[in-house]
Design a protein around this ligand. Structure first.
Ligand code: PLP
Length: 432
């Protein structure tokens, strides 16, 4: 019988080291690996056999993390990267080239939004933005040149929830994959592949690592997408990046289903180089082991904080997918029965314009337990004003499209005792 995710998070992908009998995961710090023979080296490069060559392409510590993440997400293979940002960029380059298009939700993490609207545009890839609350806007934006659909399960920071089954259906009608950034819904809360997502991305820097101690990213390949009959030419035409290989047609079974993960590793990761260091893979493995326990507390505290803020007279509005009157609640309660996570956003009551911004600044400056910084998914509670920080590269119109009113304050609710979090919020709201 398949193991449950709590067990996979502790054991997945690892057996005690056969040589030393070490029970914990060792860190293999080496740049390169010996070949058994000239033939063995050639076979590894030709993908006739999988194995370690050079740590930019993969290493045994990272391999355990990749296997564990793939098992936790219900996917077939995973590749880890130096950051979530690198995982997103390399996913785009694995699927699209100059002249191609992507249709993406507009409610994205600011760095991804800038990558899509400026950097990819400069590289010749056009990203068309759609409204995640209306999946039919994705359908309307697809053309013959669209290579994938993209959305965050819960958008950062609007917290609008993507209907993954609806987006997967639209993508598959047009024979393109659905790529999902599931950072805000780690796999103990939600597994998008079960609803039809084809590629799942994580910033490991957030809940999976969980302690705010390292930066990393991952892609998980579901192994289910039909690349052979797809509208993604990189998988059916000879690839000049890899001696003319046609990824969907020439790979031997059982590698064919994980063609995406293989192209990701051997083209952008190999040739652009943002690999994850073995030490950081080890840190993320430590985090993964306690993910299920931590998420229970994040889910509980997130709901408690959102409910408390909602009743506070100095708070004008609160967004949390777990609140019954939240616009995303219907989709969220279908997709996330285990809990809605630790992200809460809200706006202060009061006059509009500069006065509102000033009280937002006073609120943030008055926090003491809750750290003011640009991160989410830490055990510690965190707060920020995205409009002037993480999303400040967006124009005012783009901020509105991304669901960020100027007064929005973002909380990443940690695993401290909830009463201490509420006391800190209460004190800061009094001063705001
Ligand atoms: C939803 C989401 N995706 C991706 C990223 C980027 O990840 P990283 O910081 O690991 O590059 C972030 C960072 O905040 C994020 O919030």
């Amino acid at each position: 019988m398949a193991q449950r995710i709590e067990t996979i998070a502790v054991h997945g992908g690892q057996k005690p080291d056969p040589v030393t009998k070490a029970r914990g995961v060792p860190v293999w710090r080496t740049s390169a690996y010996n070949f058994d023979s000239a033939r063995h080296g050639a076979d590894l490069f030709a993908l006739k056999e999988l194995g370690f060559i050079y740590s930019r392409l993969g290493d045994p510590t990272g391999d355990i993390l990749e296997k564990r993440l793939a098992l936790m997400e219900g996917g077939a293979a995973a590749v880890v990267t130096a950051s979530g940002t690198a995982a997103i960029h390399y996913t785009a380059l694995t699927l699209a080239k100059a002249g191609d298009e992507i249709v993406s939700a507009s409610n994205l993490y600011g760095g991804t939004y800038t990558m899509f609207s400026v950097l990819l545009k400069d590289q010749g890839i056009t990203v068309k933005f759609a409204d995640v609350t209306r999946p039919e806007t994705f359908r309307a934006a697809i053309t013959e040149r669209t290579r994938f659909l993209y959305a965050e399960t819960i958008g950062n920071p609007s917290l609008d929830v993507a209907d993954i089954a609806a987006l997967a259906k639209i993508a598959h009608e047009r024979r393109i994959p659905l790529v999902v950034d599931s950072t805000f819904t780690p796999p103990t809360n939600y597994r998008p592949i079960e609803d039809g997502a084809d590629i799942v991305i994580h910033s490991l820097s957030k809940w999976i690592g969980g302690h705010g101690s390292a930066i990393g990213g991952a892609v998980i390949d579901s192994g289910r997408f039909d690349w052979k009959n797809s509208n993604v030419p990189f998988f059916t035409e000879p690839d000049a990046n890899y001696h003319g290989l046609r990824w969907a047609l020439d790979l031997p079974e059982p590698l064919a289903p994980i063609a995406f993960a293989l192209r990701f590793r051997t083209v952008p990761l190999r040739n652009l180089g943002a690999c994850l260091a073995p030490d950081n893979s080890w840190i993320f493995l430590q985090g993964a082991e306690t993910l299920a326990l931590r998420m229970e507390r994040h889910n509980e505290n997130g709901l408690a904080v959102a409910t408390w803020l909602k009743r506070h007279p100095k708070v004008a509005w609160v967004r949390y997918p777990g609140l019954e009157d939240d616009p995303s609640h219907a989709v969220a309660s279908r997709q996330f029965p285990k809990g809605f996570g630790g992200m809460v956003v809200f706006g202060l009551a009061g006059a509009d314009g500069e006065a509102k911004l000033a009280s937002g600044r006073a609120f943030i400056d008055s926090l003491s337990l809750i750290s003011h910084l640009a991160n989410v998914g830490d055990t510690k509670s965190l707060a920020i004003h995205p409009g002037t920080t993480t999303h400040s590269q967006l124009t005012p119109a783009e901020q509105v499209a991304a669901g960020i009113p100027p007064e929005l304050i973002r909380l990443s609710v940690g695993i401290e005792h909830v009463d201490d979090i509420l006391e800190d919020l209460g004190r800061a709201l009094e001063k705001a």
